[in-house]
Design a protein around this ligand. Sequence first.
Ligand SMILES: [Ca+2]
Ligand SMILES: [Ca+2]
Ligand SMILES: [Ca+2]
Ligand SMILES: [Ca+2]
Length: 352
Amino acid sequence: MLEYLYLAQEICGGVQMLLEVSGSKKEVFRFYAGSIWGGGRDPFDNLKLAANTYRSPTSTDFWSGPISDDGSTFSDQCRLWDRIFKVRGDEVAFHILRYNRSINEGIPYPASEIPKNILGWPAVGNPFFESIHEFTIDSDLTNLGSFFDADSDGMYDPSKGDYPVVRSSMAGQDGFMVPAEQSFNIFNDVGNIHTSNGFPMQFQFNKTSFAFQTNDEVNDMTFTHFRITNKATDILERGYFTYWMDGDLGCYQDDYIGTDTTRNMLYLYNQDDVDGINGCECNGVPTFCENIPLVGIRFFDTPDKNGLSSTMYYNNPGIGGQNPATTDPATTMEYMQADDGETYSNNRRRRI
Ligand SMILES: [Ca+2]
Ligand SMILES: [Ca+2]
Ligand SMILES: [Ca+2]
Ligand SMILES: [Ca+2]
């Protein structure tokens, strides 16, 4: 459930995909931080790169909000869009029920009784958006929050029976689903200086996250869909997208990663059968002790349909005297090599 997913966002100080994901025991980490990365070269061979890691005022490549068609953005846009829109499945179910009753039984269902998250859903043409959020959606913005279009007019109006849904390849062609919770936000990589020092890609990311409440393993999953738009004048050549993450499986000092190539999945597992460095202890960090899960990040769908082309890791410089050449990337080229799945130590390029 997304209520356990700490989607962090700061007043135009950058965007982090997730700060922590937890299940029933909120205090035990699965992930510490994560972000999409992207990079490539423009036709003049300049390196373009967005490689966000630990968001801080001096360490981010992403900022809230959309990009104009001229490839720029400005602080007002960032401030207005510095939010994550959320809606729950039970709100949608309530809305459908009340709307149907108003149609079938004549029971009044005024806009004032429509759940606020449905009334303010950031979808094309929403006549109630401004009354909830106090700004308007630019008419040239597309690929906003998905919705079921009850009256098929291409515009979202919950007072006419429209409601938020998720459209995903998981639901089949033209299919849609109502998850237990979904969120939507927009961010970009042109708002400010890049920590990775690459040129901005001028890409806009429209992100939808969703989760279901079920009795099987789907209950433990969170799904994310990115719609990525190149707002630069030039095409991006030799480009890669990846998902960077710093997973912490409870105690962060005894974690390993692996790759399941048949599932397009990167997964995190514990070094031994006790989560902790001294029994179940980990310098005060909550641990799973002897009941340790696995966590994974799986790519269900990729633009080129080839799935996960490679994975790589780098080591935490603070644990176990690691060779500096295998720790966090420092230069733009090292970030780029990490992004396209190559190790960057001593030019010994090796994919794992
Ligand atoms: Ca409509
Ligand atoms: Ca970690
Ligand atoms: Ca661990
Ligand atoms: Ca251990």
